[in-house]
Design a protein around this ligand. Structure first.
Ligand code: ADP
Ligand code: MG
Length: 311
């Protein structure tokens, strides 16, 4: 979408146009990402998925305005971004809490930085701590908490800022499997039930299942230099089940795209053994089941989509 069109679309939050970032290394330059076009609309949960070093964190820092692009433009609400982006917050892999402050004070300080008046900070901090499931730990210090709990406080602090666009940089990858899954569930609950005012989430991950579990759209990146390979929409209903066949086949599709096979190999089906193409055996089945299938097919007028027949 062009920036002019973006201006007219209230749903448009973020629009990257041919963003390139080169890091200066002594006498040479290192191209981290090249010609990135990325678009995020209000209401979307987008995942950036790619191997380590493909420039995912670089892109988040550019979007948050912590780093400037070498060339290209970041539009936010249709306007070119200059300096720090006040509409976003990044949650990092390991959230840096202030070790000398309690859980509550760590959240209150984010509210203070946002200009929330002193008399309402405590109430809001307590509510946020409750929201992320840390009720009862208000006066604990970070060193007394597990990694998962610290990350929850990190989320509470990011949410205190009420960012319009929440950027997450591998927020679950430093956690053990169970804590990661619990925290994913809590984030999805907040997001899907609109318990946070955040309008869109952009999450960086290298975990394919995590992307398929959470995102509405997966943007797949490749490296050397970092670039966008393809995009895969995820239309499965929430909450998603990892064991569902549709979930698994999407994981396979994303895996294939990450592995560089953009299109699964097409199998040419021959009609008879010996003919060119691949002939596949049909599975063994009862004659009565085949007769039943044919009857149902006839009742449907002789032609019906498989998924409707299965339903
Ligand atoms: P990712 O988050 O996908 O792992 P990064 O954005 O951290 O990737 O890094 C992309 C590439 O840019 C990597 O090769 C990394 O070494 C390089 N890089 C990142 N930050 C800097 C920097 N400040 N100076 C020089 N090179 C950097
Ligand atoms: Mg990174």
């Amino acid at each position: 979408m062009t920036p002019a069109a973006a201006l007219n679309d209230a749903d448009d939050l973020l629009d990257l146009h041919t963003v390139t970032k080169a890091y200066r290394l002594k006498s040479t330059q290192f191209l981290a990402v090249r010609d990135i076009d990325l678009h995020v609309k209000s209401g979307e949960f987008v995942c950036l998925l790619g191997p380590s070093g493909c420039g995912k964190s670089t892109l988040l820092r550019i979007i948050a305005g912590l780093n400037a692009a070498t060339s290209g433009v970041v539009y936010y609400h249709g306007r070119p971004l200059k300096g720090v982006n006040p509409y976003t917050t990044i949650v990092f892999q390991t959230f840096a809490l202030y070790p000398w402050l309690t859980v509550q004070e760590n959240v209150e300080i984010a509210l203070k930085a946002r200009g929330v008046p002193a008399d309402s900070r405590t109430e809001r901090a307590l509510k946020l701590i409750d929201t992320v499931g840390m009720d009862g730990f208000e006066s604990a210090y970070p060193r007394e908490l597990s990694g998962g709990m610290r990350q929850k406080v990190g989320f509470a602090r990011a949410m205190a800022v009420e960012p319009e666009l929440l950027c997450l940089d591998e927020p679950f990858s430093a956690l053990d499997v169970l804590s990661a899954e619990a925290l994913r569930g809590e984030l999805m609950e907040l997001w899907l039930k609109k318990k946070i005012p955040t309008k869109a989430i952009l999450m960086v991950t290298h975990n394919i299942e995590e992307a398929v579990l959470m995102a509405d759209r997966i943007v797949i990146m490749g490296k050397d230099p970092g670039h966008i390979v393809t995009e895969i929409p995820v239309t499965l209903h929430q909450p998603r089940q990892r064991k569902d066949i549709a979930f698994q086949s999407l994981v396979d599709k994303v895996y294939a795209a990450v592995a560089g096979q953009l299109k699964p190999k097409e199998e040419a089906l021959g009609t008879q053994p010996g003919q060119p193409g691949v002939t596949r055996r049909l599975p063994n089945s009862q004659l009565s089941a085949v007769a039943g299938l044919l009857e149902k097919l006839v009742a449907e007028g002789g032609r019906v989509d498989l998924y409707r027949m299965g339903g």
